[in-house]
Design a protein around this ligand. Structure first.
Ligand SMILES: Cc1cc2nc3c(=O)[nH]c(=O)nc-3n(C[C@H](O)[C@H](O)[C@H](O)COP(=O)(O)OP(=O)(O)OC[C@H]3O[C@@H](n4cnc5c(N)ncnc54)[C@H](O)[C@@H]3O)c2cc1C
Length: 384
């Protein structure tokens, strides 16, 4: 019979949320025993985390690039630019994040990162949570679950944000403007679904360039590859050296799963609703939650579920998504209006979950009214 390992806290999944919580617990020099259970044996640089933040913040040293300007525009139209003096659009390489998080965790003897272990079963017993992995059984007093939502649930989201991109390296410096990111350029419809280009100039010689689609049914990776190849060709970058590929499918408006008959652990990260439904951004929310959750655990031994949007933002996001789901042709105009007519500080507060009622009213003023009123009425009919 295998030995059962006793721990105070088991964190299921060592991705963004799991490692962020562990890093914050290490900062407090947590005394309770903590295990993070993660299937990967080594971490790869598999994603780029971007967000708006002031130049100085808790993870400033982890940021590889920061840009003062962002651009956007519809298909075949000139790009427009925006900037904000106090906020930069910032990029943390996941490779750096994984490495630095592991270093921070190693500095705390109470925390153990169990790599190469996949959680197979989790259930509550009188003595605590029994967590069975492919090689070990843990008995944990508390559990926080950051494993991704099942793909069957992601498929039921209002929309799915799918993207495929490559980080490319040129032999020579290019004349690309390294002070601005292309946030949403070439916004258009692709087979009836909203599509745009996302481009981060990492240096004059290195870029991350992605094709993104918001769709009811996610396109295949092969479909996205065709669009990405066209884009690279159009920009004259088809022969650049590919450093890495980045691919994702993010739920926009993830539904709650069916209620379970047995007790379930607290959820955090994407499955806990960390991603902003209307944008798919979640990194900053996860950082805020990790900070609060670690402090609460160290102070009084209790855990905090993933923090999500307030009621008003949730309603706005849902109406927004439903309007886009009904009529994807709206999207290029809508995002163009939103980005061009909303002041940068309002837009950043909106993206960062810090919008005031006045910010929300300004945003509502710049979206096409009829489709949104229809989506609102449809929601009310559904609620009755
Ligand atoms: C390619 C990509 C780019 C993104 N870019 C941005 C961005 O620029 N800005 C932004 O704000 N957000 C971004 N996001 C959204 C969001 O920030 C990320 O998805 C983030 O990684 C979510 O964190 P998480 O901890 O919930 O999930 P993950 O980081 O995916 O972590 C989940 C962990 O659970 C583990 N796991 C899976 N199954 C098991 C199991 N059975 N047992 C134990 N562990 C398990 C996985 O191996 C993984 O490590 C991006 C997402 C992707 C996919």
């Amino acid at each position: 019979m295998s030995l059962i390992k006793q721990v105070d806290l088991a964190i299921l999944g060592g991705g963004c949320a799991g490692l962020s919580l562990a890093r914050e617990l290490a900062k407090h020099d947590v005394k309770q025993s903590v295990v993070i259970i993660e299937p990967r044996t080594t971490y790869q640089d598999d994603r780029s985390w971007c967000f708006w933040a002031p130049a100085q913040h808790a993870l400033t040293d982890w940021v590889s690039c920061a840009w003062p300007q962002w651009s956007f525009g519809q298909h075949n139209q000139l790009k427009q630019f925006k900037s904000h003096v106090d906020f930069l659009y910032q990029y943390i390489r996941s490779g750096d994040f994984y490495q630095k998080s592991q270093l921070a965790i190693q500095g705390c003897s109470a925390i153990n990162l169990a790599l190469g272990q996949t959680v197979q079963e989790v259930y509550l017993e009188p003595a605590g949570w029994r967590v069975a992995t492919n090689s070990t059984t843990f008995m944990a007093q508390q559990v926080i679950d950051t494993r991704p939502p099942p793909s069957s649930l992601v498929q039921q989201s209002t929309l799915i944000q799918s993207f495929l991109g490559v980080e490319i390296l040129f032999d020579q410096p290019t004349d690309i403007d390294v002070t601005q990111v292309e946030l949403m350029t070439d916004m258009r419809l692709l087979d009836g679904e909203f599509c745009f280009t996302y481009l981060l100039p990492l240096s004059a010689q290195q870029l991350l360039v992605e094709v993104t689609v918001f769709a009811k049914t996610r396109p295949t990776q092969a479909d996205l590859q065709i669009e990405l190849d066209k884009l690279l060709h159009k920009r004259g970058w088809a022969h650049a050296h590919i450093v890495r590929t980045e691919y994702g499918n993010l739920p926009m408006g993830l539904p709650n799963g069916a209620p379970s008959t047995s007790p379930q652990p607290i959820r955090a990260g994407m499955a806990g609703g960390a991603l902003r439904p209307s944008s798919g951004y979640g990194f900053l929310r996860i950082q805020r939650w990790a900070e609060l959750c670690a402090k609460q655990y160290v102070d009084n031994g209790t855990l905090l579920p993933q923090t999500v949007s307030g009621f008003l933002m949730q309603q706005m996001d849902q109406i927004f998504l439903q309007a886009l789901q009904k009529d994807s042709a709206l999207a290029p105009v809508l995002f163009d209006n939103l980005l061009s007519q909303t002041k940068p500080d309002r837009f950043i507060r909106f993206m960062n979950d810090q919008a005031s009622l006045l910010d929300c009213l300004h945003i509502i003023a710049h979206v096409p009214k009829i489709p949104f009123i229809k989506a609102l009425l449809a929601r009310q009919r559904y609620a009755l």
